[in-house]
Design a protein around this ligand. Structure first.
Ligand SMILES: *[C@@H]1O[C@H](CO)[C@@H](O)[C@H](O)[C@H]1NC(C)=O
Ligand SMILES: *[C@@H]1O[C@H](CO)[C@@H](O)[C@H](O)[C@H]1NC(C)=O
Ligand SMILES: *[C@@H]1O[C@H](CO)[C@@H](O)[C@H](O)[C@H]1NC(C)=O
Length: 272
């Protein structure tokens, strides 16, 4: 492990939020906790109304997320006690895994960010967000890119890989689930697997804008790499040299891919 380096560039936004990501790629065979963002402690959250509303909100998200094909947003409470929440499971994940992921990320949120009014939790299979501000449907392009800084791809594949991902950036936004994968078959050089997804509260055009802007922003750092993952508030793009997503038709059976564990060597945050 001594050879691994971990560099990060973190910005504090105006609301004093800090994004923290773990030092690994998140792979399909295990549902890892990838990152979190908790707003600073707020005594408001210790009030019983807030706690009760949050609990109801999280229960509703865990119950309904799997029923609505992996996406659900709702709010609980009234006026100043209102909390807004959203869950988005990865499009290939079964409804059972989706529900389990939402429950686990909710528990994680409560244990890691117990006094935060504004929380985001990224797991491999699902993304959970809640806040006392109504963020639902409002595009935010804040993103984090994770990649192995020395794991360069064959230079002859770089432009094909980028065009695979830019194709996904435009086509994912037209899909019912705003989720799409694609494969680049490079013959002897193997295959490259791409994924693009948006949270389904935003419009198709916002989705395309979100994905295109992630790709444009991180293009020079990720473009030459074999494995990378970008996590955002509203969209996600992953690229690997192994199949990290489930075959959709078998996803209900919980098919698993073999995933080589990779530590993260670099992380870059973009806040727009
Ligand atoms: C949720 O947590 C339980 C208990 O740790 C674990 O057995 C289960 O696999 C987790 N589910 C997901 C989808 O991560
Ligand atoms: C990063 O990539 C290099 C080159 O392929 C590899 O030797 C190294 O093990 C990778 N590091 C991690 C943490 O995966
Ligand atoms: C998906 O299907 C392909 C072709 O049938 C197979 O080679 C691959 O192993 C499957 N992957 C998973 C994760 O089930």
């Amino acid at each position: 492990m001594g050879a691994f380096k971990f560099l990060s560039t973190l910005y504090l936004s105006t609301t004093l939020l800090l994004i923290i990501f773990g030092s690994f790629f998140c792979c399909a065979d295990t549902n890892l906790n990838c990152g979190r963002q908790c707003s600073k402690s707020d005594s408001f959250t210790t009030e019983n109304d807030f706690k009760a509303n949050l609990k109801n909100l999280l229960d509703s998200l865990a119950e309904n997320g799997p029923l609505f094909r992996g996406f659900y947003s709702t709010s609980n409470g009234e006026s100043s006690n209102q909390i807004f929440g959203l869950v988005q499971c990865r499009g290939d994940v079964s409804s059972i895994d989706c529900g389990s992921c939402i429950k686990n990320s909710s528990a994680f949120a409560l244990s890691e960010c117990p006094e935060s009014k504004d929380v985001m939790i990224w797991f491999t299979w699902c993304f959970l967000r809640y806040s006392t501000d109504n963020f639902v449907g409002v595009l935010s392009q804040t993103s984090v890119a994770i990649f192995n800084d020395t794991n360069y791809d064959d230079p002859s594949l770089v432009s094909y890989g980028l065009s695979l991902m830019s194709g996904l950036a435009s086509s994912a936004s037209y899909q019912n689930l705003m989720f799409q994968t694609d494969v680049l078959n490079a013959g002897m050089k193997g295959k490259r697997y791409g994924m693009a997804q948006c949270t389904r509260d935003i419009s198709g055009s916002d989705c395309a804008q979100c994905l295109n802007s992630q790709l444009a922003t991180f293009r020079t750092t990720i473009g030459s790499k074999k494995d990378w993952e970008i996590y955002g508030f509203n969209c996600f793009m992953w690229y690997h040299d192994h199949q990290f997503y489930f075959n959709f038709s078998t996803s209900a059976d919980g098919g698993r891919t073999i995933c080589i564990s990779l530590a993260v060597l670099m992380m870059v945050v973009m806040i727009l």
